[in-house]
Design a protein around this ligand. Structure first.
Ligand SMILES: [Zn+2]
Length: 399
């Protein structure tokens, strides 16, 4: 809506507030379409408390940007007047890229606006220096994009374990990769020519769960990731806690009750060394269950009826539950989402975890909503979170 020169002169402060409000309303409308689409504009107005005129205006703008479209099935109200066309996300045009850097490999992926994985590839790390890893990631993304002609990327989300500073788009420190002060946003932005956003993957996963998963609508969510890296993230309503330099969630050296693994930090029984997939695989090799360093081989052995493999996985889930219990004491979240390989595949692992957390709060403990695509969703969610927070910032002219 154009503003008059007079109001610009007289009220510069409300003008800034107006623009903030407009951005917030656009975000609220887009979130409502994500959660309820296909949905009538009148329903969006009712759900969000925005005026019908404002919803119509935002829908027009979001349609223009290519983020939403009118749904194919018109709903006639009483057979008079214009057909009532509900709106829905436009999942045919834009995509987002995702790059998840794990210790042994990088996952590159393309996701649609609903957070669904459209294409994905795993790139094994022959080297782990940042230049090599990020160059392969850019090549991988461009290969995936070549396979979906006509789809346009809005940008790239990058999720990495360790300590990630979202503001500067850099990895401050990742012990296992040996990365220090790596300007990921800059490097990948230059290689892809796209806007790049970077975050720690536990926080990225909280955003994935909040936007597209089971934690949608939850007042507070704790996400606990247990892979080779072990980390946590916490969100209340729509805000993920970062803390200064995004250092929140570093729980690698939290002591696990009953832990016995020596940690590089010189203590014993630290969370990460106790629960890491490397430790699981080493124990499984020592027990003669597997001959590899691949945790999925332990899962396969357990699924095939190997009792020792199953016991190792259940014990690990139980230890994860004890760690989650410590975090719950501090944070008291409504929902806890756990991404851990045993919990994803076996009901008795989930039971052991819930039991260790404490039965009085077990109902709130859920496995990841993305068992088959957790790393790709984490990465794409970094960019999708930015999009759903400020859709008006996304302009095709900028791409
Ligand atoms: Zn330690």
């Amino acid at each position: 809506m154009p503003r008059t020169a007079v109001s610009t002169l007289v009220s510069p402060v409300p003008r800034a507030a107006d623009s903030d409000r407009r951005r917030t309303s656009a975000s609220v409308v887009l979130r409502s379409v994500l959660e309820h689409g296909p949905v009538a504009r009148s329903t969006i107005a009712r759900l969000t408390g925005l005026s019908p005129a404002s919803v119509t205006e935002h829908c027009a703008r979001l349609t223009e940007l290519g983020l939403i479209r009118e749904s194919a099935q018109p709903r006639r109200s009483g057979g008079v007047g214009r057909p009532h066309l509900p709106v829905d996300l436009d999942d045919t045009g834009f995509l987002v890229g995702g790059v998840h850097v794990a210790v042994p490999y990088t996952t590159v992926a393309l996701l649609d606006l609903r957070g669904r994985v459209v294409a994905r590839r795993e790139l094994k790390h022959e080297r782990t220096d940042p230049g090599w890893v990020l160059a392969r990631a850019a090549e991988g993304l461009s290969g995936l994009l070549a396979g979906v002609p006509g789809r346009r990327p809005l940008g790239v989300g990058v999720a990495v374990g360790g300590w990630v500073d979202r503001e500067t788009g850099s990895v401050v420190e990742h012990e296992l990769l040996g990365w220090r002060e790596v300007p990921v946003r800059e490097v990948l932005g230059a290689r892809t020519g796209l806007p790049v956003h970077v975050d720690g993957h536990a926080r990225a996963l909280v955003n994935g769960e909040r936007l597209f998963g089971r934690a949608r609508g939850s007042g507070s969510v704790l996400h606990l990731f247990v892979g080779n890296v072990v980390d946590a993230a916490f969100a209340t309503h729509d805000e993920v806690h970062h803390g200064p330099r995004s250092a929140a969630g570093a729980i690698a050296h939290l002591p696990v009750p009953g832990g016995s693994e020596p940690c590089p930090c010189s203590r014993t029984g630290c969370l990460q060394v106790e629960l890491s997939e490397r430790t699981l695989c080493r124990r499984a090799r020592a027990a003669g269950v597997i001959g590899s360093a691949n945790p999925m081989h332990v899962v396969a052995a357990a699924a095939a009826g190997d009792a020792v493999a199953r016991r190792l996985l259940v014990e690990r889930s139980r230890a994860t539950g004890r760690a989650a219990g410590l975090l719950l004491d501090v944070l008291n979240p409504e929902t806890v989402v756990v991404t851990e390989v045993g919990v994803i595949h076996f009901e008795d692992c989930l039971s052991a975890l819930r039991e260790a957390v404490g039965t009085h709060r077990a109902a709130a403990v859920l496995p990841t909503s993305f068992p088959d695509s957790v790393l790709a969703v984490a990465a794409g969610s970094v960019l999708l979170d930015v999009l759903f927070r400020d859709p008006l910032d996304v302009s095709p002219e900028d791409i």
